[in-house]
Design a protein around this ligand. Structure first.
Ligand code: HEC
Length: 200
């Protein structure tokens, strides 16, 4: 089913279907339920965003959605060297996904996520996350890939490689952020802080 190649930034059809299913319902066939883990801290919503870009454009596999990405302080200690970008052990990056038509501020643009005048913010329909844990048997590319249901708090580690395979594209040139024109190794992260604008 997973036929996406490293080179293509677009989705394979099967990948799209699977991702759509993942977003539509936790516990879809491509995820593994594991109620015992608690990898995304409850207070994550106060973490700093990794980008100021409003992520409301369409990307493969996400349907019509608005996204917001935040990262814990450990992650902001990431290093950049000749081998590329590297995030430290214990980094947690969380992406909230708000689907169109779900209300709660969708369509309000920047007001979502950064907080309204009254401090309110849209509620996500889905939370996806990457946790840097190189030696964890569930890790792929050094990261545990998971989804969290905002309602129940239930976390599901993604056992299949659909997240990992699409995020491989972050280590080559891709159509988001600065585009990674040199194909720098980005540790599977599309929005590395400070690299969210294309070069002029
Ligand atoms: C078809 C491609 C694709 C798939 C599959 C995919 N992602 Fe992503 N992901 C992206 C893109 C593109 C971004 C950049 C931010 C945006 O525009 O939403 C991103 C961003 C993220 C981020 C923020 C870190 C970053 O790279 O900037 C997290 C966390 C994340 N995805 C988790 C996941 C998880 C967990 C899965 C599997 C359930 C997954 N993703 C599957 C394309 C994908």
């Amino acid at each position: 089913m997973l036929v996406q190649t490293r080179r293509s930034a677009g989705p394979a059809l099967g990948l799209f279907a699977c991702m759509t299913a993942l977003l539509a319902a936790l516990g879809a066939s491509c995820s593994r339920q594991d109620a015992t883990i608690d990898l995304v801290a409850v207070g994550y919503a106060s973490w700093r965003p990794t980008t100021e870009v409003v992520l409301d454009y369409e990307i493969p596999g996400h349907m019509d959605s608005l996204r917001r990405i935040v990262m814990n302080e450990t992650g902001f200690q990431f290093k950049e060297g000749p081998a590329g970008v590297s995030f430290p052990e214990g980094t947690v990056i969380v992406k909230e996904i708000l689907l169109a038509g779900s209300g709660d501020g969708y369509g309000a643009g920047p007001a979502y996520g950064v907080g309204g005048a009254d401090g309110s913010r849209g509620r996500p329909n889905m939370i996806t996350a990457m946790v840097k844990a190189k030696d964890d048997p569930r890790a792929q590319g050094g990261w545990i890939w998971l989804m969290k249901d905002p309602e129940s708090g239930m976390e599901s580690v993604v056992g299949q490689d659909l997240c990992y395979r699409c995020h491989l594209n972050a280590n080559e040139a891709y159509p988001y952020a600065d585009g990674n024109p040199a194909g720098q190794f980005r540790d599977f992260v599309f929005f590395v802080p400070g690299k969210d604008e294309p070069a002029p």
